[in-house]
Design a protein around this ligand. Structure first.
Ligand code: NAG
Ligand code: NAG
Ligand code: NAG
Ligand code: NAG
Ligand code: NAG
Ligand code: NAG
Ligand code: NAG
Ligand code: NAG
Ligand code: NAG
Ligand code: NAG
Ligand code: NAG
Ligand code: NAG
Length: 837
């Protein structure tokens, strides 16, 4: 009897199966014909030829034994279309719908509610838009719901709280902007939740504390506010809690210390205040503790030594004070220690030398002091030792030469004294050596020229080194930046610099160098900046026979030397990089637009922080030959350097007239010809130079009427003083008036007249200020994520925008226009002073 019953059932169901699979096949074909690419070769098996098995043998289709479609797996199948013609009501047996990584757009139709047996729904990686329909909350068998990487907007529907079987929920990388529904706290089977990369606002619901099976909770990069609910301390299975880059505030709840399973805690880049709760030291499985860029204060709890699994500790950009606890020396697995930009004081404890695994130490911008402990030499895995902007004193930590893997050694802006030992040349992996702005003295170790094929940056500026520059730069070296500015170096510029084929920045300014212009560096193909100002170099700017001298040069500063002879006409004729302007002055192009190059620089920026930024300054084309003994006329060929923005020829003995082709320097913002012996009229044509913000023609023998119109309406008296023959606005001497007054505007002859005039306006300020913004802009996300956002980055980026806003030259320049320009520049100057070029 029972047997017969079964037989009947079986018979019956096979009949319904064969009759019901056909509508499903037709429904799929109807959907297929709605695709943009109907002849998608992957779907070539979707044909009605075999009516008994269609669609069960089709690509991506699986049926149950009653020939009902059970699974549709069409991931990465190049589907291009919408779900609008998908007949959901034909697929009530469907348990698995996988459409990830296609090009499906439009909304999810509310008819999706028919798929009531669905356990797996993956729509990720498409172009779905519109809201997430509340009807999804009716698919109560769902275990996996993936909606990530689409363009969904609106809120996560509260009805999802009905999906009590849900284990995996991904809605990350959309444009969701509502509140996280508290109803999610009902999904007690949830293991993984990812809602990161949206615009979710409001609080993290405290009900999430009920999800005792939850293992990973990713809510980073949203607009969440309010505190971390203490109830999250009940999430006893949680391994990853990542809420960085939100606007969360309040204290870090001590209850987080109850989550013994926690491996990763990332709460960086929020507005948390108060101390690090001591309870966190109970998290013995914790590997990453990242709280950077918050407003946390208090001292670093010594009890953190109990975090025996810790690999990364990131406390940068907070308000931590007090000393670095010696007990941290017990963190034997720690590889990265970041405490940049806090108010830490005291010594580096010698116990840090016990942290055998340390690879990176960043302690930039604190008030740390005393001798850097010798025990650092025990850290054989150390690659990054970056301590600039502190108050360290004492001698160079000689034992550091045992850290053979060291790549970055950055001790600039401290108060270190004494010589730099030869042993520094044992560091064969070194890429960056930055000891600038200390009180080092003695002669430079001569081995610095050839000790390492890897060295990219050698920065010893602002110290008391004397003696000669190392003369032994090897061939095939990798040096890109050599900065020895502001020391007491003597002798001549070494010829072996010609071996530094990758050199981009050569800065030997403000020393006591003698000899002649090192014309041989004009063959270096990458050289962008040459600064030799403030030395005792003599002679003419020798014209080498090189056809394309300095092909990439953008900044040439030879000011305050004893150069003689004519201006270097050959150079003006050939500086290729100063001629390349497409008339486009928009933000970022000056670097040459090579992305690989940018990235290369970016990595350096991030790792080396402030130091490396100097290599990126090469954006502002400048020629400064002021305060020398140049004579002769100002050559017409200057007009070729059309991307020049800053030209200073003041304090020389130039004669002749201002060449009219000067007007072709359409981007020029600053022109200083003061204190020369130039004659003639100021050419009317210069009125077309719409970017000109500052000029100084004073102390010459110019004559005639000052041009009117354009930027000339904005310059003041002091631009013209000391030219007896000039007349017209803004001078009081009227041009129509032939009776020359007995005494024209009295000449202020005091020494700081021009320096006062250009105060805050040196090319360095301009170049550095602008250079930065554009490049940093690209890497800001990464930078913020890993090291915290230095406050100045924000300021500079804002300034960059501001600059774009003011960039368009005003059609009718008035006094206020000028005032704002001036203000802009003086703001930029702040950056420079923080940069110490
Ligand atoms: C239809 O499919 C069945 C089962 O795969 C197969 O045995 C049969 O030969 C097919 N008929 C045709 C016409 O392709
Ligand atoms: C879906 O199909 C892809 C490739 O066609 C395959 O890699 C994947 O394992 C399938 N998934 C399921 C759940 O069958
Ligand atoms: C899908 O079709 C649209 C519209 O024709 C087209 O822009 C898009 O590139 C197509 N996508 C793919 C992956 O071919
Ligand atoms: C699903 O959730 C919504 C909103 O939370 C609720 O109003 C509705 O009654 C629930 N439906 C079912 C079938 O549980
Ligand atoms: C979470 O979402 C982000 C953004 O889409 C993604 O990059 C990340 O891989 C996801 N992580 C996990 C574990 O799902
Ligand atoms: C979930 O958590 C909230 C707040 O923490 C609590 O009030 C509620 O009773 C919990 N609900 C369940 C079902 O456990
Ligand atoms: C989210 O926060 C960002 C940065 O704070 C802000 O620019 C944006 O307007 C906010 N978006 C929403 C939808 O609140
Ligand atoms: C969850 O955490 C809250 C706050 O920490 C606490 O009051 C509550 O008793 C906890 N609930 C459970 C079920 O452990
Ligand atoms: C750490 O855990 C132990 C045992 O669970 C507990 O007794 C102690 O109070 C916890 N310490 C802190 C600071 O929370
Ligand atoms: C490291 O731990 C040991 C025992 O756990 C302790 O005796 C020692 O004082 C700790 N070291 C430091 C530097 O705190
Ligand atoms: C040197 O470091 C201090 C912080 O320790 C900072 O305030 C100062 O601006 C830095 N100076 C330069 C020139 O960078
Ligand atoms: C960009 O720079 C890389 C490495 O310096 C170089 O190989 C490549 O040719 C450059 N590309 C362009 C378009 O300049």
């Amino acid at each position: 009897m029972g047997f017969l019953f079964l037989l009947v059932i079986a018979l019956f169901s096979s009949i319904t199966a064969s009759s019901s699979s056909k509508p499903q096949a037709e429904a799929l074909l109807t959907w297929k014909t709605s695709f943009i690419n109907q002849n998608n070769p992957l779907l070539s098996s979707w044909l009605l030829q075999n009516t008994t098995t269609a669609p069960c043998t089709w690509y991506g289709v699986r049926c149950d034994d009653r020939l009902n479609v059970k699974e549709l797996n069409l991931s990465s199948s190049r589907l291009n279309g919408t779900l609008n013609r998908f007949m959901f009501s034909s697929f009530t047996s469907l348990t698995h719908l996988g459409l990830k990584l296609n090009d499906i757009s439009g909304g999810i139709p509310p008819e999706i509610r028919y798929l009531s047996r669905l356990t797996f729904l993956d729509l990720s990686g498409n172009r779905f838009s519109g809201i997430i329909p509340p009807e999804i909350g009716m698919l109560t068998n769902l275990e996996t719901l993936k909606l990530n990487r689409n363009r969904f907007t609106g809120s996560i529907p509260a009805s999802l709280g009905n999906l009590t079987n849900l284990v995996h929920l991904r809605a990350d990388n959309n444009q969701l902007s509502g509140y996280i529904p508290g109803e999610l706290g009902k999904l007690v089977n949830l293991v993984n939740v990812n809602i990161s990369f949206n615009f979710q606002k409001g609080p993290i619901p405290s009900t999430l504390g009920n999800l005792t099976k939850l293992s990973t909770l990713y809510l980073y990069q949203n607009n969440l506010s309010g505190p971390i609910p203490p109830s999250l301390g009940n999430l006893t299975s949680l391994t990853i809690l990542s809420v960085y880059m939100n606007e969360l505030s309040g204290r870090i709840p001590a209850q987080l210390g109850n989550i013994k399973s926690l491996i990763v805690l990332m709460i960086g880049h929020n507005k948390f205040t108060g101390p690090i709760p001591v309870s966190l030291s109970n998290l013995s499985k914790l590997e990453i503790l990242d709280v950077h860029e918050n407003l946390l204060s208090g001292s670093i709890p010594p009890q953190l030594e109990k975090l025996e699994s810790l690999i990364q500790l990131s406390f940068s950009h907070n308000e931590f004070s007090g000393q670095i606890p010696a007990s941290l020396g017990n963190l034997s697995k720690l590889q990265q220690l970041y405490v940049n930009d806090n108010q830490l004081t005291g010594f580096i404890p010698k116990e840090l030398g016990d942290m055998n695994s340390l690879v990176e130490i960043y302690m930039v911008t604190n008030r740390l002091q005393g001798q850097i402990p010798d025990s650092i030499g025990n850290l054989r895995n150390l690659e990054y030792f970056v301590l600039h902007d502190n108050q360290f004193s004492g001698f160079f930590p000689e034992t550091i030469s045992h850290c053979e893997k060291l790549k970055y050694l950055t001790l600039s802006n401290n108060s270190l004294i004494g010589p730099v030992p030869q042993s520094v040349c044992n560091l064969k992996s070194l890429q960056i050596l930055d000891l600038g702005n200390n009180r080092f003295s003695g002669v430079l170790p001569q081995c610095l020229g050839n000790f390492s094929g890897n060295l990219k940056v050698l920065d010893l500026r602002l110290n008391g080194f004397h003696g000669n520059i190392p003369a032994t730069f090897d061939q095939n070296n990798d040096l890109r930046s050599l900065n020895l500015n502001s020391n007491r170096l003597q002798g001549s510029v070494p010829r072996s610099l010609v071996n530094c084929r990758k050199l981009e920045v050569l800065n030997l300014g403000n020393n006591m160098l003698t000899g002649t212009f090192p014309y041989w560096v004009d063959t270096l193909p990458e050289l962008q900046v040459v600064v030799l100002r403030g030395n005792k170099l003599k002679g003419t700017l020798y014209n080498s026979n090189n056809k394309t001298p300095f092909p990439k040069l953008r900044i040439l500063d030879l000011s305050s030397n004893e150069f003689t002879g004519n201006l270097p006409e050959n150079y003006f004729n050939n500086f290729k990089a100063m001629m390349s302007v497409n008339g486009d002055t928009s933000g970022d192009l000056y670097m040459g637009g090579n992305l690989t190059m940018y990235q290369d620089k970016l990595v350096l920026v991030v790792k080396g922080l402030r130091l490396e930024l100097e290599r990126i300054l090469v954006v502002y084309t400048t020629i400064d030959l002021s305060v020398n003994k140049f004579q002769g006329e100002f050559p017409d060929t200057i007009g070729k350097l059309t991307s020049l923005r800053f030209l200073n020829l003041s304090h020389n003995s130039l004669t002749g007239e201002i060449p009219v082709p000067l007007k072709d320097l359409r981007l020029l913002e600053s022109l200083d010809l003061s204190s020369n012996k130039m004659v003639g009229k100021i050419p009317l044509e210069l009125r077309t130079m719409t970017f000109l913000a500052v000029v100084n023609f004073s102390q010459n023998q110019f004559q005639g009427s000052i041009p009117e119109g354009g930027q000339f309406n904005t310059f003041e008296n002091n631009s013209y003083q000391g030219n007896v023959g000039l007349c017209g606005f803004p001078l009081t001497k009227n041009c129509g008036d032939d009776e020359v007054p007995l005494s024209p505007t009295p000449v202020q002859d005091d020494d700081d007249d021009d320096s006062g005039f250009f105060n805050g306006f040196s090319w360095e300020s301009v170049a550095l200020g602008y250079g930065f913004g554009s490049v940093i802009g690209l890497g800001i996300g990464w930078l913020m994520f890993h090291y915290g956002r230095p406050r100045w980055v924000i300021r500079i980026v804002e300034r960059q925008h501001e600059r774009k806003a003011i960039k368009t030259p005003p059609v009718k320049v008035c006094a206020t226009g000028r005032a704002s320009r001036r203000k802009k520049h003086s703001q930029v100057f702040d950056v420079n002073s923080a940069m110490s070029f």
